[in-house]
Unconditional design. Structure first.
Length: 242
């Protein structure tokens, strides 16, 4: 009887089962460094950022008289545009109004990096320069006409005007068209309202109008950027058959 009981107990006992390890599903962590430009993926933004960093450091630590002379020589005022338009249009975009800690400096890094990753460096440079040039001419030419008509004093022809803000505003407008619909309208509403608030404050109406115009220029580039978008991401090559 004891032997039978032992045998029964052995027959009814559950055999130990081997536990199979199931790999846990891990979500990829967001890579914050992708928000910043790099020499390989975003060479235009990266190189431009280095130039702006150099000029910002020069403006902060160099002799004030030298910096003032450089800024005035780079100003896109009516007097300079009438004599050396190409030179001052390029030179004025090499400085950051407000220094390297300016909000537009931070927006430059984030916005142009995201835009260049989507449309490439050549088109990003085109959007930036288009907004910079169009907004500059649209705000300075009326000043010259107003001086000729006698509505503004002659000193308005030498108004100090430089910086990257027009190009950044155009880049924001262009980037919005490449985002998902809900994010697109959030960017348009948020950035647009910020520009309208600056215009209502009436601290620098010419520059504020220029920001709105540059923003609209970026929005107008949507058809061109979307038309070439399928060619921006190359298809993965098919595996070779051996």
């Amino acid at each position: 009887m004891p032997a039978a009981g032992a045998a029964g107990a052995t027959g009814t006992a559950s055999a130990p089962t081997a536990s199979v390890g199931v790999p846990a599903v891990t979500r990829p962590r967001p890579r914050l460094w992708r928000l910043l430009p790099g020499p390989r993926r975003t060479p235009f933004t990266f190189g431009y950022a280095l130039v702006l960093t150099a000029t910002s450091l020069l403006g902060r630590y160099a002799d004030p008289q030298l910096v003032d002379a450089l800024l005035r020589g780079s100003s896109t005022d009516v007097a300079h545009l009438a004599h050396n338009p190409l030179l001052v249009l390029v030179a004025s975009a090499l400085w950051i109004a407000g220094g390297i800690t300016s909000p537009y400096a931070i927006a430059f890094l984030l916005v142009l990096t995201a835009l260049e990753r989507r449309i490439g460096g050549l088109r990003t440079a085109g959007v930036f320069l288009l907004g910079h040039v169009v907004a500059t001419l649209a705000t300075e030419v009326p000043v010259g006409l107003s001086v000729l008509a006698g509505h503004l004093p002659g000193s308005s022809l030498h108004r100090l005007d430089y910086g990257i803000s027009f190009g950044v505003a155009a880049s924001v407008g262009a980037l919005a068209g490449l985002l998902t619909p809900w994010l697109r309208w959030a960017v348009l509403a948020g950035f647009g309202w910020m520009l309208v608030e600056d215009l209502i404050a009436f601290t620098d109406p010419m520059t504020n109008w220029g920001h709105l115009l540059a923003f609209a220029v970026g929005v107008c580039t949507w058809p061109l950027l979307r038309r070439g978008r399928p060619f921006l991401t190359p298809a993965r090559p098919a595996p070779r058959r051996r």
